[in-house]
Design a protein around this ligand. Structure first.
Ligand code: 13P
Length: 270
C-alpha cells in the first residue's frame, strides 16, 4: 500500500475538560512540547474554549490547528444549545463528527452524522468521522460489518470527490477501548483501516481509498502509540485522556514524527 502521500496526524480530543480560563495555557504548553513540522497537530477543546485556544495558538510555529468536537446538522434555527458549522468560522478548521460518546448520549445516527459531515465540508471544516464497534460486536465477529455500515451510513449520500477535496479523515475508535485502558491490537486496527478503505473505494473514492487518512483512537498513550504507528495503514491517533497531559502529548507526537519522516524519506530513515 502506498502511504507516502498521507500525512501523520495527532488530534487531541479534550472532551468536557478545561475552561476558557485554563485552556489557552494548556494549548500553548502542548504546542511548545510537540513542535514538529512533520506532524499535523490538532487541539479540540470544548466549544466555549475554542476562542481561547485559537488565540493561544495564533503565533505557534509550526502551526497547530484548532478543532471543534461536534457540529449541528442544520445551518441555523430553533435548536437551543446547538452550534452550526458557519458559527465555527474563525474559531476552528477541523471538527470531530460522530464520536461514540455522542452516538451514545445524544442518539446520533449514521444519517445524522452524514448530514453533519455535509455541513462541515460546505463550511470548509475538515471532518474527523469517528467509527467503531462495541465489544460484543467484535466478539461476534461483526466489527468490520458494523464499521462498514457506519461509514456507508455517514458518507454514502455524499459525493466521494467532494469529501476527498474536503479533507475528510476517519478515526477508528473501538468503543470498548475508549477510556478503558484497553487498546485494540495494532494488527486488528490495521485490518479495520483496510476495511474502511475498501468501503470508501466502493463509495467511489479514488485509488481504493489510498488517500484517506485513518487514525486510531482508544486509550492511546505515549507507551502504546508505537504499536499503531508501526502499521502502514494507520496515519496517527485521536487521543482522549492522554491529550490533556503535555508529557503524554510530547511522547505521542515525537513517535508520530518518526513515522512521518520515515514516510517522507523511507531510504534515509531506513
Ligand atoms: P481515550 O484516549 O481517553 O480512550 O479517548 C479516546 C477518544 O474517545 C478520542 O476521541
Amino acid at each position: 500500500m502506498i502511504t507516502a502521500m498521507r500525512p501523520v496526524i495527532v488530534a487531541a480530543n479534550w472532551k468536557m475538560h478545561t475552561t476558557p480560563a485554563d485552556a489557552g495555557e494548556l494549548a500553548r504548553t502542548i504546542a511548545r512540547r510537540t513542535a514538529d513540522a512533520d506532524v499535523v497537530r490538532i487541539v479540540c477543546p470544548p466549544f466555549v474554549a475554542l476562542a481561547a485556544v485559537r488565540d493561544a495558538l495564533a503565533d505557534a510555529a509550526p502551526p497547530i490547528a484548532v478543532g471543534a468536537q461536534n457540529v449541528h446538522h442544520e445551518l441555523h434555527g430553533a435548536f437551543t444549545g446547538e452550534v452550526s458549522a458557519p458559527m465555527l468560522a474563525g474559531l476552528a478548521t477541523w471538527v470531530i463528527v460522530g464520536h461514540s460518546e455522542r452516538r451514545r448520549d445524544a442518539g446520533e445516527t449514521d444519517m445524522l452524522v452524514g448530514r453533519k459531515i455535509g455541513r462541515a465540508v460546505e463550511a470548509g471544516l475538515r471532518p474527523i468521522l469517528c467509527v467503531g464497534e462495541q465489544h460484543n460486536e467484535r466478539d461476534a465477529g461483526l466489527a468490520e460489518a458494523v464499521v462498514d455500515a457506519q461509514v456507508r451510513g455517514a458518507l454514502g449520500t455524499h459525493d466521494a470527490a467532494v469529501l476527498e477535496a474536503g479533507g475528510l479523515v476517519v478515526a477508528y475508535e473501538p468503543v470498548w477501548a475508549i477510556g478503558t485502558g484497553h487498546t485494540a491490537r495494532g494488527a486488528d486496527a490495521s485490518d479495520m483501516a483496510d476495511g474502511i478503505r475498501r468501503t470508501v473505494a466502493d463509495l467511489g473514492w479514488a485509488d481504493g481509498g489510498a488517500g484517506l487518512p485513518i487514525l486510531y483512537g482508544g486509550s492511546v498513550t505515549s507507551a502504546n502509540i508505537a504499536e499503531f504507528l508501526a502499521e502502514p495503514a494507520i496515519d496517527g491517533a485521536l487521543v482522549g485522556g492522554a491529550s490533556l497531559q503535555p508529557d503524554e502529548m510530547a511522547g505521542i507526537v515525537a513517535r508520530a514524527a518518526m513515522t512521518a519522516r520515515a514516510r517522507l524519506d523511507p531510504i534515509a530513515t531506513g
